[in-house]
Design a protein around this ligand. Structure first.
Ligand code: F6P
Length: 322
């Protein structure tokens, strides 16, 4: 099993990008080590503040955000950082080659129940200028040069793309290395599994109501097959399942919060996951357009997300176009 560095080298990934991915994933190993100690280090529970999204920050949100910021500052490869936990971008090394965006601990409400969480990251080439501002990050997802996540589960796994397919690696803890175990992740085009927070059903728009109602009718309904439902409540966990065995995952717009376009963030969640899913043969849409083509207007912008098995995403999006 090749290591991450060996595999990136075999793909001719440029040295500096490969070094950056090494630095990010080394830091994720440190976050994994912290998570393994759980309640022992007084790292669980609330930090006592809200993030820019108005959500309660967990202590581990803050700790993992600081760890990634420090690691990226030390790397010298990064010109600017944007994080779900920071109101504005943070400048880093003036001669850095990359902009990095991350959600340091996705699904953090799962921490206190010892369930799946993960770190999601997205990498762009840095613009040729000295002082980085939020506006420099507002680029569509199809310009990403790499994206990935580390899932802190029973195994610690890295899923990564540099635009040459999607690969999965497993942390071999005794060696402190991510080892490649799937060099061509492929999402089956058809599925019988869907993921949605069904408690929001009464708030969804009509097309999503009809789509899910048709799935629930099973083999006697218009879809003529029975569907299973899963919800991890951490996007990393749900997307990992979709990448592993197919499925459709959606967090749609809902009128609970009509002023928000959706719950999930374009830059820290939808774009990196969209890149990984497309590189694995799947599709990723808002309710009507390809996620990677959305022109961002704000680093903390939210979007509806529909992603996964290609045929199923097509069907769901078609409900929204009629
Ligand atoms: O964006 C944060 C997040 O935790 C995602 O990882 C996850 O898919 C979603 O929110 C869970 O939302 P809910 O709390 O509505 O189940």
């Amino acid at each position: 099993m090749p290591t991450l560095a060996e595999h990136l080298n075999s793909q001719n990934v440029p040295d500096r990008l490969s070094a950056l991915l090494g630095d990010i994933t080394d830091c994720c190993q440190d976050i994994a080590a912290l998570l393994r100690h759980g309640p022992m280090n007084d790292i669980l529970g609330l930090a006592g503040a809200e993030n820019v999204q108005g959500e309660d920050q967990k202590k581990l949100d803050v700790i993992s955000n600081d760890m990634l910021k420090d690691a990226l500052a030390k790397s010298g490869l990064v010109k600017g950082i944007a994080s779900e936990e920071e109101e504005h971008c943070v400048g880093s090394s003036k001669d850095g080659d990359f902009l990095v965006l991350f959600d340091p601990l996705d699904g953090s409400s799962n921490i206190d129940i010892n369930s799946l969480v993960g770190t999601i990251f997205s990498v762009y080439a840095a613009p040729d200028k000295d002082n980085i501002a939020d506006a420099d990050f507002l680029r569509p997802g199809h310009e990403q040069v790499a994206a990935g996540y580390v899932l802190y589960g029973p195994s610690v796994m890295l899923t990564l793309t540099t635009g040459q397919g999607t690969q999965m690696y497993m942390l071999e803890q005794s060696r402190g290395e991510f080892l490649l175990f799937d060099d061509k992740v492929q999402i089956p085009v058809d599925t019988k599994e869907f993921a949605i927070n069904a408690s929001n059903q009464r708030h969804w728009a009509a097309p999503m109501q009809t789509y899910i109602a048709d799935l629930l009718k099973g083999e006697t309904g218009p879809r003529e097959k029975n569907f299973n439902m899963r919800w991890v409540a951490a996007m990393v966990g749900d997307v990992h399942r979709v990448l592993s065995r197919g499925g459709i995952f959606t967090y749609p717009w809902d009128k609970k919060n009509p002023n928000k376009a959706g719950k999930l963030r374009l830059m820290y969640e939808a774009n990196p996951m969209g890149f990984l899913v497309e590189q694995a043969g799947g599709k990723a849409f808002t309710d009507t357009i390809r996620i990677l083509d959305v022109a961002p207007d704000n680093i903390h912008q939210r979007v509806p997300v529909i992603l996964g098995s290609a045929h199923e995403v097509d069907i769901c999006v078609a409900y929204h176009k009629t």
